[in-house]
Design a protein around this ligand. Sequence first.
Ligand SMILES: Cc1ncc(COP(=O)(O)O)c(C=O)c1O
Length: 350
Amino acid sequence: MIYSSSVLNPLEISLSHNQFNFFQSRHCVLLGYSRTCMEYGLHILELDVGDEVLLPDFICDVVLSPLNSLGLTPIYYSVNDSLEPRYERIERQISKKTKAILTVNYFGFPQPYDPIRAICKKHGIWHIEDNAQGFLSHKGDQPLGTFGDLSFTSVRKTLPLKNGAYLCLNHPTLIGRFQSSRYMPYWEKEPCKTFYLKRFLRWIDMNTFLPLSKFRKEKSIPKPGSGELEQKPFGMDPIAKWLLFHYDLQSEIKKRRRNYALWLQFFLHSPVQPVFDHLPDGVCPFAFPVYVEDQEKWLNWGWKHGIEIRTWPTLPLWVYHNRPETVERWKRLLLFPLTKSPQNILKRTQ
Ligand SMILES: Cc1ncc(COP(=O)(O)O)c(C=O)c1O
């Protein structure tokens, strides 16, 4: 698939119909998944087999899939409990083979970008912004997903769509390469009927009194490393595209921010520790992340009350075996969903 700049921006055009023009970058392409955007982006960086990419060690294993398919080596830097990179250590990990640093906008919250940009500039390496969880989120007036030299954003994680993600090129050199790229990604439609049927049942569950959640199957926690080779098709499903262009995005932001505030209030005097105890203006949170002492207890609590609390991330196998501090954090972190208002449950349990 070859793109010319005139067809790069269907999302921008359509979202401006929604009076919600969140793109500042004019060089974007809609694809199926964040990992496919990342693979496309890495291809545009023109890296060689064996080149190194620095990644935070608190990350989901599926980001390894594009690195694996291009023969690139991940080097993990650590982050603190506020999920900010430990900048002082990153520089020591940069070698001649390091070509890019990836940062993550965890749960839709922005990172301090200046320190990472300074490091990238000093060493002549690219900044990749992983905004998989930050669709609709801003830092000041600028949308997340436009801060890196290249950035990718997942739409499907915030909206109930089968797939959907976009890659943005924000650096003049990369824009030039992108426009002349003859890259032919693997393009295939994904079956999606069952997905939308399940979404419809979930909608009934959330909006009616039918007790469908009683029939939900309990999900097990995925094993570290289980997604490292998991590839996905490149294209975005046409139904997902249609739904995206007709979605009320402002309501989605309002709903997520309101539910985040409710969870904050609920845990105000509790030992449960929100990862971010303040919701800055402009942030559209992906979930309500907390640190707990007893993960199992809260997972059971969620199950009992029909709230889909989950763990995150499925760590890369190497991290699981070599970074005990990160594994400890993984065992303390839980994500509370923001899709459904917790008001009724909170009233019942308070
Ligand atoms: C931070 C982050 N980056 C990238 C990805 C990959 O996203 P996708 O499943 O759309 O490829 C995920 C998936 O969970 C993620 O959480």
